[in-house]
Write a protein that binds this ligand. Structure first.
Ligand code: DAT
Ligand code: MG
Length: 148
């Protein structure tokens, strides 16, 4: 089944939003397949955001991501990449709809609380980068109650 990489950024951890965010993905019906609290090195953050290395905000973005621990997760389910992005909301919290994570909990683009993979291909790359050790193989017993 489809998987995505979701990361609660340092502001989300500091602000005590970890439980709230995990709860939203759990209640939707997605399955938690990987989870760890980790403070990443500068070179690792630069690798994660390599596609944005030419952007003027890149240095600030890297500083922000390495400023404290983040919660790295793998979530699984039907259409989890696209639906995960909808749960997260638009990149700039000024444009994020209320009811989304960024719409409900963020003000500024540079403190937007959470990351989610933008495609199946980037999810694959990001999961490999953040979870080189692999992820859990468990299956939820709720499956038939969520899927027909
Ligand atoms: P997203 O996180 O919604 O996938 P992105 O991949 O385009 O957005 O950018 C990654 C992060 O970089 C984003 O969450 C916040 C920051 N960012 C993006 N555009 C920015 C901008 N114009 N100014 C400052 N920070 C920006
Ligand atoms: Mg992105």
């Amino acid at each position: 089944m489809e998987q995505t990489f979701i990361m609660i950024k340092p502001d989300g951890v500091q602000r005590g939003l970890v439980g709230e965010i995990i709860g939203r993905f759990e209640k939707k019906g997605f399955y938690l397949k990987g989870l760890k609290l980790v403070t990443v090195e500068r070179s690792f953050a630069e690798k994660h955001y390599a596609d944005l290395s030419s952007k003027p905000f890149f240095a600030g973005l890297v500083e922000y991501i390495i400023s404290g621990p983040v919660v790295a997760m793998v979530w699984e389910g039907k259409n989890v990449v696209v639906t995960g992005r909808k749960i997260i909301g638009a990149t700039n919290p000024s444009d994020s709809a209320p009811g989304t994570i960024r719409g409900d909990f963020a003000i500024e683009i540079g403190r937007n609380v959470i990351h989610g993979s933008d495609s199946i291909e980037s999810a694959r790359k990001e999961i490999a980068l953040w979870f080189p050790e692999g992820i859990a193989g468990w299956q939820s017993n709720l499956h038939p109650w969520i899927y027909e």
